[in-house]
Design a protein around this ligand. Sequence first.
Ligand SMILES: [Fe+2]
Ligand SMILES: [Fe+2]
Length: 264
Amino acid sequence: MDARVEKCLNTNIKDLINEFNEIQTALDKYEIGCAPCSLGTCKLKDVVSIHNLNAENEKQLFENIFSIIYPGESFEIPRIAQEKKTSGNGNSMSPPLRMLVDEHKLIKRILAKIPAIVEILDVKKQEHKDIVLAVADFIKNYADKYHHAKEEDELFVQFDTSLDIIQVMMNDHVQSRGYVAEMLRGVEEGDTSIVKNNLINYLNLLTEHIHKEDDILYPWMDMNMQTKTVGMLYSRFFEINNSRPDVQPKYEKLATILEENFSL
Ligand SMILES: [Fe+2]
Ligand SMILES: [Fe+2]
């Protein structure tokens, strides 16, 4: 790759726009609104991959930008963004949806330990009670307030929320809150079978729910989301994560502790 191309790809987009104002006009054609973005930390190459442009649009955009920076010259420019696919494990998704798929991975690590917890559970024992309370805390403060909140408050509202596919997901979220409330009631009343039933109900519901989101809902949303929406969501998700930097490490630690202590 030409060293000048490489340097530009690794330059902060706002610095490029400041130096060459016409670059913003070139980006506007693809609905990439870098000027109003609150982050302002993306490199040129990130801007292209974040917005998941197709190969043709990416090529045209780069040609436009490099003709502004180096008029009259032509360059061999590498393909940056990944191609969209209709399904997958998150690797082919746009960056904001990949963030949600990565959060699912942590939820699945905790879900995977539920059968082993249920196997030995006796909530009359304080240490077992503490385990259920830690799992319930994870469900409330990570799976729900950190993850489901991003889906409901930021992602789903970009679509017609009366659509069946979205209604089903919202109902799952409501149902999951019911299961965790019952789990806590079981702990309060010292009733192990209530806790076990609701842990299993939660495991079954969330396993299916995550499968529907990873394989159906998110790929469909990615296919139907405007480029500017992808960028806006990425920015919002970063803001949310940065406002609560302790959340992800706290619950990764919990997953590790459960993995070290529970196996079937
Ligand atoms: Fe969800
Ligand atoms: Fe989700």
